[in-house]
Design a protein around this ligand. Sequence first.
Ligand code: ZN
Length: 143
Amino acid sequence: MDYEQLYQEIILDHYRSPRNKGACPGCGVTVHQDNPLCGDEITLCLDEERGQIRRVCFEGQGCSIFQASASMMTESVDGLSTDGAMALGETVRQMMHGEPPAEDLGDLMALEGVARFPVRVKCALLPWTALRQALAESREAAA
Ligand code: ZN
């Protein structure tokens, strides 16, 4: 199986069985983002305590790239520090703009191929935009 195929499989898997999708009452911060170009919508909940992410979950609808990216995002930031999550988001953003990451990002690498389709880049980055907003708001609330 070549990488292209493997990445397709990973995206399909996250699309078909999204991780951390559904209502999660009691989360600290809730943000909403949408991508009118495609019709993607996300409501993201973030729970963090003293700079440590405890839970990230989402509800939303949209294309397969968006859904897969949202699922992968919640999984990849699980247990990270808020600074670490912010940095990872930046790395993914750069990757989506054609800059290969310095380290292997696991399942997230499947998104790399999306960079070749500029229309889809917004779809893939929407969950990360929501995460960044949630982290910023959470930080503000704690200050
Ligand atoms: Zn989309």
